[in-house]
Ligand binder design. Structure first.
Ligand code: ZN
Length: 200
C-alpha cells in the first residue's frame, strides 16, 4: 500500500549536535532519531536517512528459496556444522542472486562468543583494503551458555540481518549500514519472504 510521505517535523538535536544543513528531516511516529545521529557527519546523516527511507527488499519467494531454507533447517536439526555452513551459504547465494547482488561468503561457527552482558549472534565484516579480504558474514549456531543449537527461525533471522548489512553496501550502494527502522523493516521483509516461500 502506498503511504503518504511522513510529516516533516522539528527535531531538536538530543545533545546539542548539529543536523546537516540542507537536510529535510522527515520522520514518523515509529522513527525517532537516536542521539548518535546528531554526532554523525553530514554525509553520514544523509546515508542514515537514505537507508531509513527504504522499507523493504523485493524478495519474491521461489521453490529454490524454499528448498534452500528447508535444507538449512534440516542441517541445524541434525546439529551438523559443516552442513549448516554449506546450507547457510546456499541460502545467502539464493537471496543475493534473486535480488541481483553478487554472492557473499558465509562462515558458520560453533558456540557464540559472549561477554558479561550479551552473546554475539552474527557479524558482517566489511571489505578490508589492508589485506584485500572480501566482505563476509560470520555467525554462530550454538548458544553461549547451554551450547544448544540455535532455533532455526532465530538463526535464519540472524543470517538475514547480516545479509541485510551486506545488501546495504552491495545492492543499495549506501556508504554505511545503520541499525535504523528502515534496516529492521528490510530484514523483516527478507525473513517474511523466506518463510512465505516455505508455506507456499
Ligand atoms: Zn547488525
Amino acid at each position: 500500500m502506498e503511504q503518504d510521505a511522513a510529516p516533516e517535523v522539528d527535531l531538536i538535536p538530543a545533545d546539542g549536535g548539529a543536523v546537516a544543513t540542507g537536510l529535510t528531516l522527515r520522520t514518523n511516529s515509529e522513527t525517532r532519531l537516536p542521539g548518535y545521529f546528531y554526532r554523525l557527519s553530514s554525509r553520514a546523516q544523509r546515508t542514515y536517512l537514505q537507508g531509513d527511507s527504504i522499507e523493504r527488499c523485493d524478495l519474491v519467494p521461489t521453490p529454490m528459496l524454499r528448498n534452500a531454507l528447508d535444507a538449512l533447517i534440516r542441517a541445524l536439526d541434525a546439529d551438523n556444522l559443516s552442513a549448516t555452513t554449506a546450507c547457510a551459504q546456499a541460502l545467502a547465494n539464493e537471496v543475493c542472486g534473486l535480488l541481483g547482488a553478487p554472492p557473499v561468503r558465509v562462515q558458520v561457527r560453533g558456540v557464540r562468543p559472549r561477554d558479561s552482558r550479551s552473546e554475539l549472534h552474527g557479524l558482517f565484516h566489511l571489505y578490508d583494503p589492508r589485506d584485500r579480504k572480501s566482505p563476509y558474514i560470520e555467525l554462530w549456531m550454538r548458544t553461549a551458555q547451554r551450547h544448544d543449537v540455535v532455533k532455526p527461525k532465530t538463526f535464519v533471522r540472524t543470517l538475514m540481518h547480516e545479509v541485510g548489512h551486506y545488501l546495504d553496501y552491495a545492492l543499495l550502494k549506501l556508504d554505511n549500514s545503520f541499525h535504523n527502522s528502515g534496516f529492521f523493516k528490510r530484514e523483516s521483509s527478507l525473513v517474511r519472504a523466506l518463510f512465505d516461500s516455505a508455506s507456499a
